[in-house]
Design a protein around this ligand. Structure first.
Ligand code: NAI
Ligand code: MG
Length: 339
């Protein structure tokens, strides 16, 4: 295998702490890779005003993957780093798939193309969230701001191209999994324009995948099933806003924030892998953060690079250590020891 080149953005707070453990575990797999470090985030912004230079974006396009801890710090007003770094990265690199696996953190489990190793996991599904459109596209504005007659609109942008490429990715993923089942989540009974586009596109793309069983849930019903009957899900595809909310719910019912991993994918370009949690300023610098979410994000990264065997071994190592408590470095060592 060629050497993989991975851009590393530790970021702020616990970001660098958990990424250090993630890299420790990735090295323990024996996979050959080299890292390129990027000092970005809230602290860098406070130091010299840098958020995300264009030449850094250009460099990223030439790398094999990006591995990010978390960015944002209380000293920087909200929105500056989120929009200027995270959202800008998402749009500029066209990371149109947000993929989050949800597995019950107890018994041996697997993600990606795999499914449950021993069939004992009650929760084993993946949410595919459209990551570039919908209500996050920035459509809308104010009229008569700060007056009694103020109007604010925030539209949902849904293009056939954007919806179709997301749904197609979800079908391809479902087709590669043992259960071969895909659920679309939306609110087609009320959102009759965007919902109609999603509905028709789902049916049309689905015709290309006769081996994949499909289902549809309204998003409010999905909130019930995520909690009461998560076993019904294999792959779920949904829009940007519903996906944002549903994936937090998914995390809450499958082990919590210390285990939630994610991938921001451009199937034709560089992709970014990060734990779902933020920089956790309340516990930063004290060796207290659970590094498992960052390590599991590293497993998604390995899987994406084609290192599927190493990815699987990292997942098994995390499952074997999920019951442990300890410091950030102790847990990182324990996971690495399993490898
Ligand atoms: P947070 O996820 O950083 O923290 C929420 C709570 O979960 C805190 O009590 C924290 O201690 C705990 N927590 C988070 N990760 C943990 C871990 N690995 N182990 C143990 N406990 C953990 O969310 P919060 O507080 O809303 O945001 C803090 C900063 O992080 C903000 O500046 C925010 O903008 C940023 N953020 C960045 C993200 C990113 O880089 N993708 C995502 C979410 C938030
Ligand atoms: Mg969120």
């Amino acid at each position: 295998m060629p050497v993989h080149r991975i851009g590393v953005i530790g970021g702020d707070g616990i970001g660098p702490e958990v990424i250090a453990e993630g890299l420790k575990v990735l090295r323990a797999t024996g996979v050959d890779f080299e890292t390129v470090d990027y000092d970005l985030g809230g602290m860098r912004y406070l130091r010299d005003g840098t958020i995300l230079p264009d030449d850094v974006l250009d460099e990223w396009r030439g790398l094999d993957a990006l591995y990010l801890g978390a960015v944002g710090t209380p000293e920087v007003p909200p929105g500056i780093i989120e929009r200027g770094l995270l959202l800008r990265m998402r749009f500029e690199l066209d990371l149109y798939i947000n993929q989050r696996p949800f597995v019950y953190a107890g018994p041996p489990v697997t993600v990606g193309g795999g499914g449950a190793v021993d069939g004992s996991a009650e929760i084993d599904f993946i949410v595919i969230r459209e990551n570039t459109e919908g209500t996050y596209a920035g459509e809308g504005g104010f009229l008569r701001k700060n007056t009694a007659h103020e109007i604010a609109t925030q539209g949902s942008v849904n293009t056939r191209h954007g919806v179709e490429r997301c749904i197609r990715y979800a079908f391809e993923l479902a087709a590669a999994r043992p259960a071969k089942h895909l659920t679309m989540v939306h609110k087609t009974n009320v959102l009759t324009f965007s919902g109609d586009l999603w509905d028709r596109t789902f049916a049309e793309v689905g015709a290309e995948f006769p081996g994949v069983d499909t289902a549809y849930n309204h998003v409010d019903a999905a909130c019930i099933y995520f909690v009461q009957d998560p076993g019904r899900y294999d792959v779920v595809v949904t829009d940007n806003l519903f996906g944002d909310i549903l994936t937090d719910l998914g995390g809450a019912v499958s082990g919590g924030i210390g285990f939630a991993s994610s991938a921001n994918i451009n199937p034709n370009g560089v992709s970014m892998f990060e734990p779902v949690h933020g920089s956790a300023p309340d516990i930063a610098g004290r060796n207290l953060a659970n590094p498992t979410a960052a390590v599991l994000s590293g497993a998604l990264l390995l899987d994406h690079l084609g290192e599927t065997d190493a990815a699987d071994r990292v997942l098994k190592a995390c499952a074997a250590t999920a019951h442990l408590t300890g410091s950030t470095t102790e847990l990182g060592d324990a996971i690495a020891d399993q490898l």
